[in-house]
Design a protein around this ligand. Structure first.
Ligand code: AMP
Length: 361
């Protein structure tokens, strides 16, 4: 492709965490330089990138510098200020498009968009007052998951109402209120899966096989390949992800999380307009990882089909789990990835490993 990035050109990455780190590593292998915008100095991404602008994500001078020094700008988290993305987009291509940020930053906007794109979700209602909460709970059979509309991640800012467990709705609303909320119907899912899909600058689509995910304390614990789903369910997840990519005129990698219901139908839980924790297994079990796929997309290079050569289990190393690192290195068929974070705080993602469990099936 004639208008693809040339070796030596610089890709800007907003956000300096482990996802930015792995994107920078993938970019380097394709001959690109990377420049990280992140307020925290010596962040995981900057340790492996060509440079860092140490500034807030919405710092106008920093954004101007990023635009001036980069051929394209991407991001590693969905809470990049939308105004900053628009400011950048006037000077340099920003991929995935800022619209993907707008959609994924607010659960109400996201669910409305998803259903419009034909990707069904749990029923939902905006909740701005205690009476609205009571009415929504009533409509959903007395149970549901109350979430903050914005800035929720890894199960933070959520409360589950179950029919058989008494909760003090007024106290829950008071504890979470003050910010816009959404009540989702409670989904009695069989399992959770996610799919990592991509759309290229030329509109080409690609997807990896869906992973089966297990969460602990709201944080991803393991992703297993293959997922215990039928080929028809896998196809439905892929079609849904492709519909979302098309509707957003997207370029890059997206993560789409689904609930699989007992009747094998799917509901989308949420989308992440970026590389995703449940796709880390691709670096060990595929020739081309989600990180390289994303770099290929934003650099205008051809996508790879997402072929998987092995079955595997990816497990996150949270907090003190990182002490297992040396023992894991002594095992066969294990690929370990540490993020360069010096302090192992509880709940902090320190690294992950992928254990290959046999040829792809
Ligand atoms: P989220 O932050 O929205 O990804 O939610 C974190 C986890 O909470 C999900 O991975 C599910 O395990 C659970 N969860 C979220 N929403 C629902 C729901 N509507 N019904 C049942 N479980 C849910």
């Amino acid at each position: 492709m004639s208008d693809s990035l040339k070796a030596g050109q610089t890709i800007g990455i907003i956000g300096g965490g482990q996802l930015g780190r792995m994107l920078a590593m993938a970019a380097a292998r394709l001959g690109y330089r990377t420049l990280i915008l992140e307020p925290q100095s010596d962040c995981p991404a900057a340790q492996v990138a060509d440079g860092q602008i140490v500034a807030a994500y919405d710092d106008a001078a920093a954004l101007a510098e990023l635009a001036a020094r980069c051929a394209v700008v991407t991001y590693e988290f969905e809470n990049v200020p939308v105004a900053a993305a628009h400011m950048l987009a006037e000077r340099v291509p920003v991929l995935p498009p800022p619209r993907a940020l707008e959609v994924s930053q607010d659960r109400l906007v996201e669910k409305t968009f998803l259903n419009g794109a034909g990707a069904h979700t749990a029923p939902f209602r905006a909740v701005g007052s205690e009476p609205e909460l009571l009415a929504a709970l009533d409509a959903f059979g007395g149970e549901g998951v109350l979430k903050t509309r914005r800035l929720g991640y890894d199960g933070k800012g959520q409360h589950v109402f179950r029919k058989d467990a008494s909760s003090d709705q007024a106290a829950v609303f008071a504890a979470m209120g003050g910010v816009p909320l959404i009540l989702e119907g409670f989904v009695a899912f069989e399992h959770e899966i996610s799919i990592i899909a991509a759309r290229g600058a030329d509109g080409a689509l690609a997807a990896y096989d869906p992973a089966q995910n297990v969460h602990r304390n709201g944080i991803l614990h393991t992703s297993t390949l293959p997922a215990a789903i039928t080929p028809e369910t896998a196809d439905a997840a892929k079609r849904s992800a492709f519909a979302i990519l098309e509707a957003l005129d997207y370029v890059g990698v997206i993560g789409v999380e689904f609930f699989v219901l007992p009747d094998t139908s799917l509901l989308v839980n949420e989308i992440a307009p970026r590389v995703h924790n449940s796709g880390h297994w691709t670096e060990a079990a595929c020739l081309i990882s989600q990180f390289e796929q994303h770099i290929r997309a934003v650099a205008g290079l051809p996508l790879e089909g997402g072929r998987r050569h092995s079955n595997c289990v990816m497990e996150n190393l949270i907090g003190d789990d990182v002490l297992r690192a040396e023992a894991l290195l002594a095992e066969p068929n294990v690929l370990l990835h540490l993020y360069g974070k010096s302090e192992a705080r509880p709940g902090r993602k320190m690294g992950h490993f992928t254990r290959l469990t046999g040829p792809a099936s």
